[in-house]
Design a protein around this ligand. Structure first.
Ligand SMILES: C[S@@+](CC[C@H](N)C(=O)[O-])C[C@H]1O[C@@H](n2cnc3c(N)ncnc32)[C@H](O)[C@@H]1O
Length: 502
């Protein structure tokens, strides 16, 4: 299935180039173009030379970039490369790489290839706000990458470094030797996908129905293969990230095969890395996957939007809900955003919802908290209290509706310390919650506290979990209820400026 319509919405290549115009601009394309019976000008993507020429012309026309490549090297196709860059931009908007930040955004590209394509695109696309370190292992590709940087006069924005691979590290050696004590905002990688040329270089055709590839495959064995394939390569990056931690704020990588993507999610889970987001890059007839992870508390990756409407990509994507909001305090009731935060945190902790601060704006006008719950503790509060009083030693099983309409049984005995975990495999709704397999919580949500002229607002946004999106409506209602109860006891009279925290 052609998946162009599922390209990132900002990807300029969602629309196929008008080859008629392109051939007029770059007559050298005439050699690889043909005219079909309807008079349409076409380019044969199965011809390596055509793919190479097309990339060169588009890079120049759309980005002003000049590219030269030695023979037999991987030709960068632009729709995929731009999908990755736009996904990084989306991560950047959660990680606050916005224009208010004065310093440059610093990224690392692991395996920049002979083209040095990602660093070139990253720098130009960001109007030189992003500065890149490009790492490459193959000597000839390294030289070619450096030449492409010089050809475009971008030496002040891109440093190309050799991967000497002593002790088989991917990031550690370069960071330790060339950039000791320096911090980076992100790293990226288009890894060598394949393990072993004879077995894997062509995708396996298990059903006999796979079509011949519609694109010429370019690239040398050294560029495309690595011992252990992409899973081993990316696992190595994950292992090194556990040592480097915040030296790089967001670690990202592309993944070539779905099977590897699933394996990488398991590796992250085993390493107890839960602050992750996933991406899916669709272009032409190919789909690639991506994961990002972070140890930085201020970067809540689950908030990264994929730029698509919730269910519009082929297969599943993680639907992040629309926020629901209400005013929680007037300025007369509370005078600081910290007061609101303390109040809300206390209310949630009382019902065993974990609260973690993620972002606090400089001007103290917005705080973002991450909420996670392992069961529904906010519905039927009165009934639960009554049940607990009448039979304190019994395990109460209360039927609750999850947000997807299915019924779940909960052990709701507060004395019973070990609460049941919902088995994600058993709950059908889980499979429609997106493919973040590392996420087995009941509910994860983001809570924004905002100061406005007429008071403090809370906005709740569903992020993940089997409870479903409706759970955030229930929690907002729960907050309103306890606030109304509190108002009965302490009427808003302008005297009580600090909300009670009980
Ligand atoms: C699939 S190519 C990607 C090239 C380029 N980034 C692109 O997207 O067109 C993978 C690149 O990683 C390089 N590479 C392989 N192992 C590496 C390592 N340990 N460190 C740095 N580069 C490596 C290969 O030489 C190759 O150029």
């Amino acid at each position: 299935m052609a998946v162009n319509e599922f390209m990132h919405p900002r990807n300029r290549y969602r629309q196929k180039p008008n080859f008629q115009q392109l051939v007029k601009l770059y007559p050298e394309l005439n050699d690889v173009a043909s005219v079909d019976l309807t008079g349409k000008v076409k380019i044969d993507y199965r011809n390596k030379h055509a793919v190479h020429l097309l990339s060169k012309c588009l890079l120049f026309r759309d980005f002003g970039l000049k590219l030269e490549l030695p023979p037999n090297k991987l030709v960068p196709t632009l729709p995929l490369r731009m999908n990755y860059i736009h996904w990084l931009e989306d991560i950047g908007s959660v990680a606050c790489w916005d224009v208010e930040r004065k310093e440059k955004i610093r990224g690392i590209d692991i395996g920049c290839g002979a083209s040095c394509i990602y660093p070139l695109l990253a720098v130009v696309q960001s109007n030189k706000r992003w500065h890149m370190v490009a790492i490459e292992k193959a000597e000839d590709s390294l030289e070619s990458a450096k030449a492409n940087v010089i050809r475009n006069e971008l030496q002040s924005c891109i440093e190309v470094k050799s991967q000497k691979l002593e002790g088989s590290t991917v990031l550690l050696q370069v960071l330790e030797e060339d950039f000791p004590n320096e911090r980076f905002d992100f790293c990226m990688c288009n890894p060598p996908f394949f393990d072993n040329i004879s077995k894997e270089l062509k995708p396996q055709d298990r059903t006999g129905k796979r079509r011949e590839p519609s694109n010429a495959s370019t690239g040398s064995i050294e560029e495309l293969c690595t011992e252990g394939g992409e899973v081993k390569f990316i696992s190595q990056i994950i292992e090194e990230s556990l040592q480097l931690k915040d030296r790089i704020s967001v670690y990202t990588t592309m993944i070539g095969h779905k099977k590897s993507y699933e394996e990488i999610l398991r590796v992250l889970k085993r390493a107890s890395i839960h602050n992750i987001t996933v991406g899916r890059f669709c272009q032409g007839n190919t789909t690639r996957w991506a994961v990002a992870w972070s140890f930085d508390d201020k970067v809540l990756l689950s908030l990264v939007s994929d730029g698509h409407d919730k269910n519009d990509s082929p297969g599943k994507k993680k639907p992040i809900g629309k926020p629901v909001s209400c005013r929680i305090f007037t300025p007369e009731e509370v005078d600081s955003i910290q007061g609101v935060r303390n109040y809300i945190s206390t209310q949630f902790r009382a019902i065993e919802i974990d609260v973690r601060k993620v972002i606090e704006s400089n001007k103290a006008e917005e705080i973002v908290l991450e909420l996670s719950a392992r069961e529904n503790t906010w519905s039927h509060q009165r009934r639960k209290r009554r049940a607990a009083i009448s039979s304190p030693d019994k395990v109460n099983v209360i039927q609750t509706q999850n947000g997807n309409g299915s019924t779940q049984c909960q052990n709701n005995n507060n004395n019973h310390k070990k609460r049941p975990r919902l088995d994600v495999e058993q709950n059908e709704s889980c499979s429609t919650q997106g493919d973040n397999k590392g996420d087995d919580s009941y509910l994860r949500a983001a809570l924004h506290i905002l100061r406005k002229d007429d008071g403090f607002y809370v906005a709740l946004q569903y992020v993940g979990g089997v409870a479903g999106k409706d759970a955030v409506n229930q929690i907002l209602q729960y907050l309103k209820n306890i606030k109304a109860k509190r108002d009965k006891i302490t009427p808003a009279d302008g005297v009580n400026k600090t909300p009670s925290v009980g």
